[in-house]
Design a protein around this ligand. Structure first.
Ligand code: TPP
Ligand code: SF4
Ligand code: MG
Length: 337
């Protein structure tokens, strides 16, 4: 096959116009062993449903590897490969470059194939951040990195990560009688940092599977735009967050309605808040963060003072940040210190 047959095109995946238009085929099916109510498993299912059958999925170590592929069983219907904990970026780039080379040499039919690499918050927001950053600078290769954020190193029994919220009870930060708040760091702003720091990455979005159609449409948009793209999904985790599994969707909604997790997309440098976050930007009041926090056992030790601190930090993001939820700077105001 000649070089001229090679195409670097992406699949054009039009948005689903409502839930009735969502395709019925599943590419992440039964056969996994995630906890009841695991929102990350739903994210996997929706992610690959949105992408369709001509897709390769690469997954770094974590719950979505271990609980999904136990000895000769797998829910994945599309080609799937495990990669090391910090390597979702390298796996995405390497696979995309490999496909491109094989197609160029005529060793594979030249056609758009989606490459999606997923990682947890431990693997992506902490350990693999460098590799993701490198991948987002390679605009000649098409891949999507999806970070599923359950806010802990969940698979190894809920250790705190850079994505764990302030004050949460984890196996590394159990509240004690002498010191109540062990984890005193504020959660990283991963999507904002990646969007701001990678000017040639054409698409970054935050998503929440409680809003499933919107979430799938962000995946479809990222894959259609092409180049390296990044999506950050907030995933309630009944085990790590310590709540009744039936509350997963409600907690996903509350994270957005309280303003703790803003939904936005950055496309070619333009920021758009969407969904309920857009309504908040346009003036709809945010629910108090206590409605979200107090439904979770990991915050059961919070006092009034802790709730006020958490609320004040979220208020600061909304009232002072250059772009709420995205750019964490604000201009110096004359006379203010
Ligand atoms: C280099 C390396 N260090 C440690 C581990 C052990 N380990 C396996 S899964 C995991 C937790 C990963 O956390 P995260 O990426 O957030 O995914 P989650 O388990 O929460 O789904 C750890 C620490 C490993 N597999 N590789
Ligand atoms: S620990 Fe959390 S992320 Fe892991 S399988 Fe259970 S619910 Fe899902
Ligand atoms: Mg995690």
């Amino acid at each position: 096959m000649a070089d001229t047959a090679f195409t670097n095109a992406t699949q054009i995946l039009e948005p689903f116009k409502g839930v009735k238009k969502v395709t019925i085929e599943e590419y992440f099916t039964s056969g996994h062993r995630t906890c009841q109510g695991c929102e990350s498993a739903l994210v996997m299912k929706l992610m690959v449903k949105a992408a369709g059958p001509r897709t390769i999925v690469l997954g770094s170590t974590g719950c979505m590897y271990v609980a999904n592929t136990t000895y000769y069983t797998t829910p994945w219907v599309v080609p799937w490969m495990h990669t090391q904990l910090g390597s979702s970026g390298s796996a995405a780039l390497g696979t995309s470059a490999g496909l491109k080379a094989l197609m160029k040499k005529g060793k594979m039919k030249s056609e758009p194939i989606n490459v999606i690499a997923f990682c947890g918050d431990g693997g992506g927001a902490d350990m693999g951040l460098g590799a993701i950053s490198a991948t987002l600078t390679h605009k000649e290769y098409n891949s999507l990195i999806l970070l599923y954020d359950n806010e802990s190193y969940a698979n190894t029994d809920i250790q705190l990560s850079g994505s764990t919220p302030y004050g949460a009870n984890t196996t590394f930060s159990p509240p004690g009688s002498v010191k109540r708040i062990i984890h005193t760091r504020w959660k990283k702003n991963t999507a904002g940092m990646l969007a701001a720091g990678h000017p040639e990455c054409r698409y970054v979005a935050t998503v929440d599977a409680s809003y499933a159609v919107e979430m799938m449409n962000k995946v479809r948009k990222a894959l259609s735009i092409g180049g390296p793209t990044f999506i950050h999904s907030l995933d309630p985790c009944p085990k790590g967050w310590d709540y009744d599994p039936m509350l997963s969707h409600e907690l996903g909604e509350l994270a957005v309605e309280t303003g703790v997790f803003p939904l936005y997309e950055v496309e070619d440098g333009v920021v758009r808040h969407y969904g309920k976050t857009k309504a908040i930007v346009e003036g709809r009041p945010r629910k108090p963060v206590r409605e979200y926090l107090l439904k979770q056992g990991r915050f059961a030790h919070f006092t009034e003072e802790d709730l006020e601190y958490f609320q004040a930090k979220v208020d600061e993001m909304w009232d002072k940040w250059e772009i709420p939820g995205v750019i964490p700077f604000w201009k110096e105001r004359p006379g203010a210190r």
